[in-house]
Design a protein. Sequence first.
Length: 148
Amino acid sequence: MPREVKGRSLLASEKRKKLISLLQRDGRMSLTELGRELGISHVAAKKHLSKLISSGLLKVRAGLSPKALDVRLLVVLCEVEHGKLMALLEVFKRCPRVVFLSTLIGPYNLMVVMVAEEPGLVKIMSLGACCIRRTDGIRRSELYVVDE
């Protein structure tokens, strides 16, 4: 019989799945509101929430709103030559517009999330004038503008 993974057993509860879904929509919901939506008391909602947080399955974080900051987020997917990937990660870490970097598995092996403070920067980046899309070792890239 396969061994049950701790995280999976915690998510086996439909209440916990719905709790996570509710918090993804509105992370500021009160325990009373959560309990009402789940059909349980606020005390039970707190117990479910505490269990998810203490297990490490759920993290409480603040998220910035690009719209409120008047910036655009851009996602660049790159296919990078294998031998140059680690070196490019180090270079891109120093770019002031890069807010997130990750290696990927699949046709694209690098994802870069960038901030464009001015509308003109989106156009410059989309035309390939941004050095991230033209750097030696990048075979091809795709750029996506994130719409909040």
